[in-house]
Design a protein around this ligand. Structure first.
Ligand code: SF4
Length: 324
């Protein structure tokens, strides 16, 4: 992956929060997330369902506007661009998303060619003939072919539909792609094909990914660094090797202990940490550490002061037990 220096930052996420007004109050889906994403890397984002991963991904590419905080995108010519209403259209040419569900994310009334071409039309790219050539190229690139161009999405399998979704995301030649659980709706047999495709495309097109998943095995395979999210907060951030080899946060430890080990002997010896207690409501978030209600190491300070991400043993972790 790219050498991580300031010069290679692609996206700077500064204290970004996303809240939603609901009838019971304010749902705090994402809380003050600070992360830099580097050009050419895959940043994995893991956490349980409903932890805010998807909302964070959608906020990053401009589907949601952050309630607080700033997102800065470093364009190819090195200029920092703050993402706001004025810059959103230009930004949408550089940042795209691959959705989780290839069944609902493709318009059933449009042909595959129309789906892939749509972004190019919006961004006024190429004339009609060239756009059609690009559609054929993109279909080949994702492992389909030009004969598929005039068919409708419902004529394809889940894996093929996700390939169409990938071609659509690539059509306007973005640099940054949020992969929002792109394989969770697919059969296990197809998942590795899509992962390999994304991996190959990254190398070929120099793409940067935020790869959202709850499957920790997949994230480990594809990610350079991994961020662990709990209740809208990043609680640990490290290289893939560091996170799996030296897990520091109690929540990350519990998540990883639930991952099956292929070796049956090692699996039998493994100590699994069962998470107890309920996930607190994101509407009435508790004071202090968001994980305090389920943490086996909870201390008095945990219920009073919210831990912040601090550098410890080579990676960032938000936990009083680790950083005290
Ligand atoms: S801050 Fe306290 S409650 Fe939170 S994870 Fe660390 S030890 Fe557990």
């Amino acid at each position: 992956m790219a050498d991580r220096t300031d010069a290679t930052k692609l996206v700077e996420i500064k204290k970004v929060s996303k809240y939603f007004k609901v009838s019971e109050g304010t749902l705090k889906a994402v809380n003050e997330v600070n992360i830099d994403i580097y050009r050419g890397e895959t940043l994995g984002l893991v956490g349980e369902s409903g932890c805010g991963k998807s909302t964070f991904g959608k906020t990053l590419i401009g589907i949601y506007h952050p309630t607080k905080g700033t997102i800065i995108y470093h364009t190819a010519d090195g200029k920092p661009m703050e993402i706001n209403k004025k810059t959103l259209f230009s930004y949408s040419k550089m940042a795209q998303i691959i959705f989780q569900d290839p069944y609902s994310s493709l318009d059933p009334r449009m042909t595959v060619a129309d789906i892939i071409e749509e972004g190019m039309i919006i961004h006024k790219m190429y004339d009609r003939k060239k756009r059609r050539e690009r559609v054929y190229e993109l279909l080949e690139l994702v492992g389909l072919n030009k004969e598929h161009a005039n068919r409708f999405a419902h004529e394809f399998s889940g894996g093929q539909r996700q390939r169409i979704g990938i071609a659509r995301a690539l059509a306007i030649e973005p640099e940054f792609i949020v992969c929002d659980e792109p394989i969770s709706a697919l059969d296990v047999s197809i998942q590795s094909q899509i992962i390999n495709l994304l991996h190959d495309l990254q190398k070929k097109l120099n793409l940067t990914y935020l790869f959202i998943a709850h499957d920790l095995n997949i994230v480990k395979y594809i990610s350079d660094r991994i961020a662990v999210m709990y209740l809208g907060n990043i609680v640990e951030l490290a290289t893939s090797k560091e996170l799996y080899g030296n897990t520091l946060h109690p929540y990350s430890q519990a998540l990883l202990s639930a991952v099956p080990i292929p070796d049956p002997d090692k699996e039998a010896q493994k100590q699994r940490q069962i998470l107890t207690g309920d996930v607190p409501s994101p509407i009435n978030t508790p004071k202090g550490c968001p994980f305090a209600g389920r943490c086996p190491y909870v201390m008095d300070i945990c219920r009073q002061e919210k831990p912040v991400l601090e550098m410890k043993q080579g990676h960032l972790v938000a936990c009083h037990k680790v950083t005290k």
